[in-house]
Design a protein. Structure first.
Length: 94
């Protein structure tokens, strides 16, 4: 049985959420979909990740701020719903 786009995207989002759960990720979202020549789904999943803390002066008070970075992963899902790979999605720079 062939996996639908909806089922493949759920598998991909679930895999990213589970794999990166200890890295303070949030806003995990389905972004793009494609299929390779072997019939595997290539699902791009985006998420926000907090980076290192930096000290910020706020009205004379010292506070800590987090930088948020948007990251993208391409998840390869086969026809049975098994996740075959998770790779970085590199964006073209302007």
């Amino acid at each position: 049985m062939s996996l639908s786009i909806r089922e493949a995207s759920r598998s991909a989002v679930g895999a990213v959420t589970e794999l990166f759960d200890e890295q303070s990720i949030s806003n995990v979202m389905f972004e793009e979909v494609d299929k390779d020549t072997a019939g595997n789904w290539l699902i791009t999943v985006g998420f926000d990740r907090k980076l290192e803390k930096s000290s910020v002066g706020l009205g004379g008070m010292l506070g800590e701020a987090f930088r948020i970075e948007r990251k993208y992963k391409v998840v390869k899902v086969d026809g049975s719903g098994e996740v075959l790979s998770v790779k970085d999605r590199l964006l073209a720079t302007k």
